[in-house]
Design a protein around this ligand. Structure first.
Ligand SMILES: *Cc1c(COP(=O)(O)O)cnc(C)c1O
Length: 420
């Protein structure tokens, strides 16, 4: 543990693939000795002993660094051929540290209009108090990004596929705009993870993660991470983390390390199922819209270029999240969400269970209604995070819930027409 980033890793001969077992299982193949534990241990300690006054051990105090957190940071960095990541208590803590490290009063952020609701809230409600302004644009259109850039723009923040409408933004094209104006590009890669999309290879400066979602994958541990190849930037963020105290906890780092081991397998299976379910919804006459990357006409080429595969066939995987709206709007969404049985209604994505969310009242409740509707998050939109259950069982559950919503709509219409 406490494995130090080795610069030879950038030598292509040493590149670790995101499915490399030595990366996914940090305790494997690193000089195992007789009697060693098979799994990474939890260093559940606030502080670390010193040999003497002025000694300089690798870990000193767990707000600054911790061996278990460092093991997770090594793995997440290696997945993107980068120095160790910086891990945080939550995804939003990671975003906050990034913003505090790179932005000053007077600076400006260009952010996708269709990003995680908490990101919008942080940029709209907290950063203006520090003199930092944000403009929200449709990042699927590079022209819109360019038009929003001002001489004060220091950061462009993009989420692709976006949450919850799964729109794709062209990372290399936006990276070129960022370079041209001297701003940094951060990509929230929570939905695809490094397994399905490599933002740094595509030109981004920072990959942003809520590890709470697919990386942990079991709904056990909140967490966030930032990955970058810019060592000076990493040091600035590390300093902010030490000053503000939002580092990951050893226990949650341990849970996340264990989730990481099956990440490629989970994403392969969950993406395959999500694709089948998206197609099934698309063919269903009660469904008004289905959002899934690669299924929407116009984004197949970009999806194919930007997304990697977790499958042996090498076919690109577009992730496990989709969203859809029924013709019956909000009422139909309410009936479906409450009638689903196998699929659970929660505010979450990325776990082994199939989860359904109503963004308008849950994840995006704090996004101003106008911005929400403009970014495609209709009142009746439902988001589905497809789990590991047999795909036929998930479809059967959706089928019975949609039939129930239809029947309820008809009986309500009849009741409305019947004189009391
Ligand atoms: C959940 C989420 C976040 C915030 O992460 P927390 O760990 O809940 O703080 C940020 N971005 C995306 C895309 C998310 O889904």
């Amino acid at each position: 543990m406490g494995h130090v980033f080795d610069s030879t890793i950038t030598d292509s001969a040493h590149l670790a693939s995101p499915t490399d077992p030595a990366v996914l299982c940090p305790s494997i193949g690193r000089g195992r000795r007789d009697g060693d534990p098979l799994t990474v241990s939890i260093a559940q300690s606030t502080t670390f002993c010193r040999d003497g006054v002025g000694s300089d051990p690798a870990h000193q105090y767990s707000r600054v660094s911790n061996p278990t957190v460092a093991a997770l940071e090594d793995a997440l960095g290696q997945l993107e051929h980068a120095p160790p990541a910086l891990c945080f208590s939550t995804g939003l803590a990671a975003e906050t540290a990034l913003f505090l490290a790179v932005l000053r009063a007077g600076d400006h952020v260009v952010c996708g209009r269709s990003v995680y609701g908490g990101t919008v809230r942080l940029l709209r409600e907290v950063l203006p108090g520090l003199g930092i302004r944000s403009t929200f644009v449709d990042t699927t259109d590079v022209e819109d990004v360019r038009a929003a850039i001002t001489p004060e723009t220091r950061l462009i923040f993009v989420e692709t596929p976006s949450n919850p409408v799964l729109e794709l933004s062209d990372i290399p094209a936006i990276a070129a705009e960022a370079r041209a104006c001297g701003a940094l590009l951060a990509v929230d890669n929570t939905f695809q993870t490094a397994v399905l999309q490599q933002p740094l290879d595509l030109g981004a400066d920072i990959s942003v993660y809520s590890t709470t979602k697919f990386i942990d994958g079991h709904s056990l541990a909140l967490g966030g991470a930032l990955v970058s190849r810019d060592r000076a930037l990493l040091e600035r963020i590390r300093f902010v983390r030490k000053c503000t105290g939002a580092i990951q906890t050893p226990f949650n780092a341990w849970a996340t390390i264990n989730g990481l081991k099956t990440l490629p397998l989970r994403l392969a299976r969950q993406s395959e199922s999500a694709h089948i379910i998206a197609q099934w919804l698309n063919d269903n006459s009660t469904v008004a819209t289905v959002n899934y990357p690669g299924l929407r006409s116009g984004d197949e080429a970009l999806a194919g270029r930007q997304h990697n595969s977790a499958l042996e066939s090498g076919t690109p995987c577009h992730g496990a999240v989709l969203s859809f709206e029924l013709r019956g709007g909000l009422e139909a969404a309410r009936h479906v969400a409450e009638r689903l049985d196998l699929c659970t209604l929660v505010e979450h994505v990325g776990s082994v269970e199939t989860l359904v969310t109503h963004p308008a009242t849950m994840t995006h409740a704090d996004v101003p209604r106008e911005q929400r509707l403009e970014s495609g998050v209709a009142d009746g939109l439902l988001r589905l995070s497809v789990g590991l259950e047999p795909v036929e069982a998930i479809i059967a559950d959706l089928e019975q819930a949609i039939a129930y919503a239809e029947a309820s709509a008809i009986s309500e219409e009849v009741a409305a027409c019947t004189p009391a």
